[in-house]
Design a protein. Structure first.
Length: 251
């Protein structure tokens, strides 16, 4: 008897949930025509969305069509998401601009090299890989300002179809900051390595996370890499040092 009672209770609960879901769906569907009209109106207001279409079903707006930049694709979804009664956005917009992967990677890498010059450029290392227009950013930044700046550059780069964010952001730490400064003084204060500070696109990148110091970038020869490693190992407070510097013209 208890088993039958439990089964009946489960059936009632499931039925109640199903009725609730259907009612919610029906309620959302009531506004589909208005949502679609409003979404189309929002998109028509901006020239970059002239080839984007919107369709609404059960409160979910599906965006299709083409734009020139990934940022425009993101902006279209953001604009529609603000419309009253919209339950969600399915963004199927395609980025029409196409750039060869190698060219795109080189262009994007150059932009990122010069990002945040004069602020924390020395303490950020962002690597780029591209496959069929899909860009993956990896590496480390000192803070979220540098992290968000790198993403913004990629989102606005012609040819970027989509973006994967694998950038790690270092935790806020005065201890790590002190290691960064000491490492910068030790490396760039050296007479041999000082020249790497001349061009902001070629600094030896100093990454610190929980006292662990890592060096990234490209140097001219093996000796420079060794000297940088020696200087980094002499930095007071660093728990460990990883020398990831690459030597130019070597695989």
């Amino acid at each position: 008897m208890k088993t039958v009672t439990r089964l009946l209770g489960s059936v009632i609960v499931l039925a109640t949930l199903s009725v609730g879901a259907l009612a919610q769906s029906a309620s959302a569907a009531r506004y589909d025509a208005a949502i679609q009209a409003k979404a189309s109106e929002h998109l028509a207001e901006k020239r970059q969305f002239q080839n984007v279409q919107a369709a609404a079903e059960d409160g979910i707006v599906t965006l299709t069509g083409k734009v020139d930049l990934l940022q425009q694709k993101l902006d279209a979804a953001k604009s529609v998401r603000k419309i009253e009664k919209v339950q969600g956005v399915r963004n199927l917009i395609a980025v029409s601009t196409t750039v060869p992967d190698d060219t795109l990677a080189a262009q994007l890498q150059r932009k990122l090299y010069y990002d945040r010059v004069g602020y924390d450029n020395l303490f950020n290392y962002v690597a780029v890989s591209v496959k069929d227009g899909l860009v993956t950013l990896s590496g480390d930044t000192r803070n979220y300002v540098a992290h968000d700046s790198a993403l913004a550059i990629a989102n606005r780069m012609p040819g970027v179809k989509d973006l994967v964010d694998n950038i790690a952001v270092a935790p806020v730490s005065t201890f790590d900051d002190s290691i960064r400064l000491r490492a910068a003084r030790a490396i760039y204060g050296d007479s041999v390595l000082r020249r790497y500070a001349i061009d902001p696109a070629r600094p030896i990148r100093i990454v610190v996370d929980h006292g662990k110091l890592s060096l990234y970038g490209t140097v001219d020869n093996t000796m420079d890499k060794q000297i940088a490693g020696i200087k980094a190992n002499q930095v007071f407070g660093a728990f460990s040092v990883q020398n990831h510097l690459q030597v130019a013209n070597q695989s």
